[in-house]
Ligand binder design. Sequence first.
Ligand code: MG
Ligand code: MG
Length: 628
Amino acid sequence: MKTSIATISISGNFPEKLEAIAAAGFDGLEIFEQDFIAHDGDPRDVGQMIRDMGLEITLFQPFRDFEGLPEPLRAKAFDRAERKFDLMQELGTDLVLICSSCHPAALGGIDRAAADFHELGERAAKRGLRIGFEALAWGRHINDHRDAWEVVRRAEHDSVGIILDSFHTLARKIDPDTIRRIPGDKIFFVQLADAPAIDMDLLYWSRHFRNMPGEGDLDVTAFMRAVMATGYDGPISLEIFNDQFRGGHPKTIARDGHRSLLALMDDVIRQSAGLPNSAATMPARAKATGVSFVEFASAGPEAQHLEALLATLGFTHAANHKSKNLSLWTQGEIRILINCEVRGYSSSAYNMHGTSVCDIGISVENASEAVERAKALGAVAFQQPIDPGQLNIPAIRGQSGSVLHFIDETSGPSSVWDVEFTEHPRSSKGAGLTRVDHIAQTMSYDEMLSGSLFYTTLFDMGKTPMVDVIDPDGLVRSQALASPDGALRITLNGAETHRTMAGSFLAESFNASVQHIALATEDIFTTAELLSENGFQPLPISSNYYADLAARFDLGAATLQELQRNNILYDEDGQGAFYQMYSRPFAGGMFFEIVQRTSEYAGYGGPNAPFRIAAQKRLMRPKGMPRK
Ligand code: MG
Ligand code: MG
């Protein structure tokens, strides 16, 4: 199946758009007329340039306000169409999209529209061209693909077909299964877009909020399954109007678009009866079973500070790497590595971001399949020279250039630690921390869709709706991704200004990604006691917070007192309860969180975030202010 994307979906000037589309691996593109008009180049040269890049022009669009016009407007519309036919022939494409009319003078009537399309079909056929009719969700008379299909059916012309666009169908809540009645050879083209569920004017929603399939809340998979059931075998093309993408990096947007199409088609194959699973071109989404390790790049006094912090958290310095300056700290199932190498990848991460998380190991059921899927979706494999005695564990580049390793029963975890590390004699009695509960990544708001697409296409993970977190100095958007059993949880936090806690972390660390790691305990009060014996310094929480907690929840006086004494925050969600406490910020705004979930609590303590952020900011020196 050919993949395609409309030039309007990508930022940049016309050549930049083309370059990004070609680099992402698309087979073709839709020329959005405005992009072409803004470009200063002869249409024949433009067509040649596109073909020279290995791309096909799959569609020319849009041609507006054609059908249903009274004379003399009708004749003018046909003249306009003939001019665009000239242009299409110069560019070298045979298909034009005609979207349903919004013209105030347009008259209704399926037969009238069908007659116009029949006549235009005659004119197009003389030149070997084809025309496709698309129902805009806000069209004056035609705003439903079922009506557009009736127009096309009655036009009865081989050169006239329908163009389907997932946004127009799904935004109006039209059942996509109605598409199954259309013969596949009468569907000339399919455009895809997703969108977040926002209740607003259709036109405004479409022009500003469309996003890549899988990034929004529309059931694009159900739409595409219906399309495939017709026998359609033409291009599938992205047509995305999105304010963030207009200002984004062309290559990132194109790469995300291509990834979204491949993942969508994989889902369609796996979900469609009649399409054999063996038609899949990549392994299924990886099943994550947990976080195997988190590796920090660090050096000198910062590394010593981090080691001291881990010691107060009850970690044991369990082993050292045989040939590298790399120490392993463990507690329960948690492994934290501190890498102080002066060459190689972690050293460049340290030079770029300071002390930061440079590598995350995800435990999966099958590591080689996970990396194969990641590569099929366009991820870049990560390799660095392997010393003798070192294991070659499959890895890819993750978000913000960090590395993701995949670890399964065969590649580790036990073998890695046994083969490459020697035990270190020291030990600690621990603080009851068992596993990594979640990893929180911070990014600029524009990168969040890309981040969630990365994880949800690679792993079997669902996403919760985005929530707003109030920082005293701005807004932070937060989105949680979790595997069905909670074995892997990742939260993405998008900062819009550098004055927020998340934004200042990005500025200080030059866009490092992991800002906090949450570690689970089964009993937070016992953990708090042990931490306090270890000299751990929790983040101090205001007494006003506890007064409010007493008003909000039915907690006994003794429990409240224990919460306050240990600086533990509390939340409930109807499923269960959540307890959380924090370390003080270190290395430019990173921190550890300690959590206890009871029953099926599924959140992350979102309601507490403003108070946690305010407490952290009280401890961090405001920029430009002298240290007290
Ligand atoms: Mg469209
Ligand atoms: Mg958290």
